[in-house]
Each structure stands twice: as structure tokens, then as C-alpha cells.
Design a protein around this ligand. Structure first.
Ligand code: GLP
Length: 241
């Protein structure tokens, strides 16, 4: 594992965008695994800036996102499809037909998990997966205790995650209770993984995930076993290392 220490959120975002853009430049028809949350927003902004300057071309890129809430459609401003359209897809020249997320409106869970997992397989796998890190060590929506061998599946969100996300909804009742997510196995099959972490509130979990024992109780700890992981974290997030 490589660790890059960034000065702050902006520097972390610039470093992460640099890795993603190198991937796109070296292999224009690559498959990017993308993430949502506050962590990647700055990375996407930086990619858009370079695209506008004419330094980046997304026309041959395919993207697959980590997760999506079950029950939210693309028009819902809390859906991850909406987030991706807002922060990246409508701001660069990626082909909208080649941007994939799980379909939150598919009620047949088994069918949707099969479809999304087959899709990733048919695309030839993920060249570079971008990941944020949850406070409890979750990646995607793989909460503590998630089995390492899971592929795409539908999860019951934990109380902690529902509470953490309720600020974005009218009430806790409105927060979806389930989500589709790539499993740990899907994530571990990505050829390269880039994890971005910012802020002192993540310092404890960075220490546990990357320097503690590998355990399903800290889902991100499995990343220690991947042969091409880059952690880009700011000084605050690395303050306990
Ligand atoms: C969410 C997402 C994760 C994300 C995590 C951290 O629950 N499903 O993919 O990495 O929370 O979010 P943030 O980057 O806002 O701290």
C-alpha cells in the first residue's frame, strides 16, 4: 500500500484527481469505479476543471458506481445517480449511456444484484476504483460485519448510517432503509484502488483500517490485502499514524 499525505482536502482532491486522470490518459477506454459522499466532491471538481482546460477526454470512459439507495429514482436529489449527474457526468464529455449505477427502483433484489454484478464482469472489471471511508470503516455500503466474500448485494442500512444520513432528508423516516452495493469481493477485484480520506474525525478509523488487524468488523481493513492500493489522506486524517 502506498500512502500519500496531503496538506488538506483540496490537496487530497488534486492528488486523487491526478491518479484518475493518469488512468484515463493511459487507457482512454478504461472502467472507473466511482464513489459518492463528501470525500470525492473535490476530486470531481478538479477533474471537471482539467476537462474544461482541454486536458482530459472522457468520451471513451465507462463508469460503474459503488452503490445506490433502494427506492430512490434518478430525479430524487438524494439518489446517488442524481449526485453523480450533478458532480461529474453532466459536466464532462462522458457518454451518459456508459455511466452505470445499481438501479434503485428495481424491487427484485436478487435480479438487480445479478444484473449489476454481471455488468461489471462483462465490462472486464474495474481498472481503478475510487473509495471513501465511513466512520465505522465501511466502504460502499458494506457495514461492519459484512462478509468479505460478498459480491453485489442489497443491504439493510444500520441505525448509525441512517442517522448519519438523515440530515439530507426531511426526517429519519424518509431515509431509505436499504441499499444496493458492490460487495467487498467486487471491490477487491478492482485492478487498482484509490482511497481518499480527509478530516480529524476520520483519524481513528484510518489507524484501525490500515494499521490494525484485518477483520470484517472494519470492512476497509481488507484493503491491506490488495496488491495495488493507494491511500491519499490529509494531515488531519493521518494525525494518529
Ligand atoms: C456513505 C457511502 C460511502 C462513503 C461514506 C463516507 O455511506 N455509501 O460510499 O464513502 O458514506 O462518506 P463521506 O465521504 O461523506 O464521509
Amino acid at each position: 500500500m502506498r500512502i500519500y499525505k496531503a496538506k488538506d482536502y483540496k490537496d487530497m482532491s488534486r492528488k486523487a484527481a491526478n491518479m484518475l486522470s493518469a488512468q484515463v490518459i493511459m487507457k482512454p477506454n478504461c472502467v472507473l469505479g466511482l464513489a459518492t459522499g463528501s470525500s470525492p466532491v473535490g476530486t470531481y471538481d478538479q477533474l471537471v476543471e482539467w476537462y474544461k482546460k482541454g486536458d482530459l477526454d472522457f468520451s471513451e470512459v465507462t463508469s460503474v458506481n459503488l452503490d445506490e439507495y433502494k427506492g430512490l429514482d434518478a430525479e430524487n436529489d438524494q439518489s446517488y445517480r442524481y449526485f453523480m449527474n450533478q458532480h461529474l457526468f453532466t459536466r464532462v464529455n462522458i457518454n451518459p449511456g456508459r455511466t452505470y449505477l445499481p438501479n434503485g427502483m428495481e424491487m427484485d433484489e436478487a435480479a438487480e444484484c445479478r444484473r449489476y454484478s454481471a455488468l461489471i464482469h462483462e465490462l472486464g472489471g474495474i481498472d481503478m476504483q475510487l473509495l471513501g471511508l465511513g466512520h465505522n470503516g465501511h466502504i460502499g455500503f458494506n457495514e461492519p460485519g459484512a462478509a468479505f466474500e460478498k459480491d453485489v448485494h442489497c443491504v439493510q442500512l444500520t441505525e448509525t448510517t441512517i442517522n448519519a444520513n438523515k440530515r439530507f432528508f426531511a426526517s429519519a423516516e424518509d431515509v431509505p432503509k436499504k441499499a444496493y452495493t458492490m460487495g467487498i469481493k467486487t471491490i477487491m477485484q478492482a485492478k487498482k484502488i484509490v482511497v481518499i480520506v480527509s478530516g480529524a474525525d476520520k483519524a481513528e478509523i484510518v489507524k484501525k483500517a490500515f494499521f490494525g488487524p484485518v477483520t470484517p468488523q472494519v470492512p476497509a481493513s481488507i484493503l491491506q490485502m490488495h496488491n495495488d492500493v493507494t491511500l491519499i489522506a490529509d494531515e488531519a486524517a493521518l494525525s494518529l499514524i
